[in-house]
Design a protein around this ligand. Structure first.
Ligand code: GRF
Length: 197
């Protein structure tokens, strides 16, 4: 399976996904794209030998369709079977999503359906939740709402800040996403739950 990965920043999840696709893995990375030409993850992709591209969303102010048309060109040229959003911070229109529906994954840093959207860790802390975590889900037109393929759970500890909790969750994201992608690439959509190692 040919996997394309979209990022917006550091791309730590992308790095873990690329590193996981070795040997007998049923998938391999074919391109990494970003909406930000300055995304540090682009250099990390290139360092791993994965072709990359950037379409600056700031070049399409108020023109989401124009940005997505530009994004689609290099993306479709790579002929991906699977599209992984990994720290990708742009909301995609239903038109874009429908092109990849059923083969497009996203990782979101909360235990969905709790806390779709932003500031997930602070919201969990403010709610006094005992647990937090991350979810990998199939992308549907509704934001952060598709069928869940995997979750990783971590404790919220006394004194946690959004930053300390985010770091604990990110470590588990790096375990979760590669495991979900491997199973998904083999056609196994049975949800998995990881607890902190
Ligand atoms: C992190 O906040 C992570 O929880 C979320 O996207 C952000 C950046 O991740 N999935 P990455 O390092 O760019 O993969």
């Amino acid at each position: 399976k040919r996997v394309a990965i979209l990022i917006s920043g550091g791309g730590s999840n992308m790095v873990k996904l690329v590193e996981s696709m070795t040997g007998t893995h049923p998938a391999r990375p074919v391109v990494v794209g970003s909406n930000d030409p300055q995304a540090a993850g682009l250099a990390r992709a290139q360092a791993m030998g994965v072709p990359s591209f950037a379409i600056d969303h700031r070049a399409y102010p108020g023109d989401r369709a124009g940005f997505e048309a530009a994004l689609l060109e290099p993306l479709l040229a790579a002929q991906p079977d699977i599209l992984c959003l990994a720290g990708f911070m742009r909301i995609l229109t239903p038109d874009f999503v429908q092109r990849f529906e059923g083969r497009m994954l996203n990782i979101h840093p909360s235990l969905l359906p709790k806390y779709p959207g932003l500031h997930t860790h602070q919201r969990a802390i403010d709610a006094g939740d005992a647990e937090a975590g991350a979810s990998v889900h199939l992308v549907t037109p509704e934001l952060d709402a598709g069928p869940i393929l995997g979750q990783a759970r971590v404790p919220v500890l006394p004194g946690d800040t959004a930053e300390t909790l985010a770091a604990r969750v990110l470590t588990q994201e790096h375990r979760l996403y590669p495991q979900v992608l491997r199973r998904f690439a083999q056609g196994d959509l049975t949800p998995i739950t990881l607890t902190a190692a």
